[in-house]
Structure formats: C-alpha cells, structure tokens
Design a protein around this ligand. Structure first.
Ligand SMILES: Nc1ncnc2c1ncn2[C@@H]1O[C@H](COP(=O)(O)OP(=O)(O)OP(=O)(O)O)[C@@H](O)[C@H]1O
Ligand SMILES: [Mg+2]
Length: 314
C-alpha cells in the first residue's frame, strides 16, 4: 500500500489504510475515542461515579508449589473493588499474578487467604453448589477462544451453550440473537463452524457467549492480545459499547499499557503477586509513583501519531 522511511510513514502516512492502522494503536491520546476510525469519533461518555459494588477482593493471597520444592507467591495480599459500569485494568509483566487474581475473582480457584465477595455475598471459600446459582453473574473471556469452542458446534450453538436446560427454547433463541447483535456478528455466520471464522470473529463469538447469560461482571484476560492492531481496535470499541449498553463491570487484564490506559477507569499494577500501584490511568500511567510502573512506561515504544488523527491540531 505504501513504503518509505519508518519515521515518515508513521508521522505522515499517505493512504487511508496506513492512517487507520496507526489510529488503531491505543494510547494516552486515544482515550475516549473510537480506535476503529480515524474520524475522532467519541466513545460513549464514561460515568463520573459507578454503580453498585460487584466484586470485593480483600487481602487475597495464593501460592503454588514451584520447582524443586520452592513456593511461588502468585498473589500476595491483594485488595481491589469492581463496580457496575466500571472497567478495572490490571497490568504487569508476565508471571506477575494477573491471571491468578482473575481466576480467583471468577472463583475458578480459591485463594489461600483473604476473601472475595460477589455483590456483598461470600464468593470464595464456599462449596461450588453454593455458587452455582450465581455463576451466570460472572463470565470470562480469554485469549484463545477457538481452543474452548467445540469444533462440531455452529456459532449459534456455541453462544447458546451456557444457557442450555435453563430457559425455554424461544427465550434461548432471543438471548442468543441479542448477544450476537451486541457483538455485531451478521446472521450469515450463525450456522458456520468457528473454524471458518477469523480471529476477530472468534473473539466476538467468545464475547457473545460470555454476555448471553447477562452477567454483571466480565473478566477479560488478555482478550485482545493475540489480535492484530486493527481487529484489536474493533474489539476494544466493542467492549466500550457493550459496557455503555449493559452497565457491566469489566476486569480487564493486559500486559499492554496503551490498551490499559485507553480502556480503564481505574488501574492496578502488579509485580511478583503484589499490587504495587493503583489509581486512575492518568495518575498511574502518566504520573507513576512506583519505580516499577515508571520502568514499564520507559520501555514503551512511542509512535509519532498525532498528525494522523483528524481534529488534532499538531
Ligand atoms: N497452576 C499453577 N501451578 C503452579 N504455578 C502457577 C500456576 N498458575 C500460576 N502459577 C505461577 O504463578 C505466577 C503468576 O502466574 P500468572 O499466570 O497469574 O501470571 P500472569 O501475570 O497472568 O502472567 P502472563 O502475563 O504470562 O499471563 C507465575 O510464577 C506462575 O508460574
Ligand atoms: Mg496471564
């Protein structure tokens, strides 16, 4: 489409295509705007205050047995809260404990110490039967959706799966239709196998399947990490739209600081299982107090991108 010196292409791209690719990179500048457009379209306004308390994690710790009899402190005395309509971003290097914290929040594993409450009631450290009735309230979207789909099933069957046995057939159809509409998948894919779809479409199916039970909490663990930047942009816009429409609380995990800045209302930075810094994205990722956060920021490559976005004046 275009070729030239990297500095020139990046600061002054000539084709719409390159402009779109550059505009899709999430950063401090893109917050509040759609990433999948170069027209500086605003995302739905973020609420000033958030809704009811969905998840309270109090003083959570979790260790695993490591190699040669060592002990890995995967999560070490972590506290956080998630409210309705809020996106809580968790960032940190590989092995810092993000997924372990997410799995504890979703009650896929129990903490060794501390407790998790879901809408005020005990969620960790109880029998699975005691959780079953509330399971639909919290859903997980992970990095590799294809691996979790049954290849024999069609798209609509995959999305319907979490609903089976619970509701009437008609009600299930309605919910599946609504979920597929919300993730903007066209009817033409409903009867296909997930293997016939692209990575971006697969991630839309995973999100549809997660929201079909009308959960109050969505846990997205590196949910955009394997997508290229333009598809990632569409999926990040989609999360914002779904949240504006459903007021869902999102626990959003990523190792990508730009993504975390773009999407989060509140940020936790993890290192060696501990939350070393927390606050608004502005405070944490623009004016960090902790040297670990500062070192993550210093390692971030910068794009000369402001000339790309229409409506920006430099
Ligand atoms: N089931 C397990 N058994 C043993 N050790 C584990 C287990 N799960 C996680 N760990 C260890 O706990 C630590 C935290 O892992 P975790 O997967 O939570 O990190 P992460 O921040 O999600 O990393 P990544 O960015 O690579 O996904 C790591 O040292 C990991 O090796
Ligand atoms: Mg992880």
């Amino acid at each position: 489409m275009e070729e030239g010196l990297s500095s020139e292409i990046l600061s002054n791209p000539q084709t719409e295509y390159t402009k779109l690719l550059i505009a899709a990179v999430p950063s401090v500048e893109t917050r509040g705007y759609r990433l999948s457009s170069i027209k500086r379209e605003k995302l739905p306004e973020r609420p000033q205050t958030f809704g009811k308390l969905l998840i309270e994690a109090k003083d959570i710790s979790k260790t695993f047995d490591g190699r040669h009899g060592s002990v890995v402190r995967a999560v070490d005395h972590a506290d956080f809260e998630l409210r309705a309509g809020q996106t809580l971003g968790i960032v940190g290097e590989s092995g810092s404990g993000k997924s372990t914290l997410a799995r504890i929040a979703a009650a896929l594993i129990d903490p060794d110490d501390g407790e998790v409450l879901l809408e005020g009631d005990k969620w960790s450290g109880i029998k699975e039967v005691a959780r079953r009735k509330r399971r639909h309230l919290i859903q997980v979207v992970s990095q590799d959706p294809l691996a979790s789909f049954d290849p024999r099933y069609t798209v609509s069957r995959i999305v319907e799966e979490p609903l089976l046995s619970e509701l009437s057939r008609r009600e299930r159809r309605k919910r599946v239709q609504h979920a597929l509409d919300l993730v903007r998948l066209p009817q033409s894919v409903y009867d296909l196998s997930p293997r016939q779809l692209s990575g971006g479409q697969s991630q839309r199916i995973a999100i549809a399947r997660a929201i079909v039970t009308q959960p109050h909490v969505l846990v997205a663990d590196e949910a955009v990490s394997s997508l290229d930047v333009s598809i990632q942009a569409q999926i990040l816009d989609l999360f914002a739209d779904i949240q504006a429409e459903t007021n869902i609380g999102i626990l959003f995990i990523s190792h990508d600081l730009g993504v975390i800045y773009h999407i989060s209302d509140f940020v936790l930075v993890m290192k060696d299982g501990r939350i070393v810094e927390k606050g608004t994205p502005q405070k944490v990722l623009v004016h960090p107090e902790h040297e670990y956060t500062a070192s993550l920021l210093a390692a971030l490559p910068k794009l000369p991108r402001s000339s790309v976005l229409q409506g920006s004046n430099n």
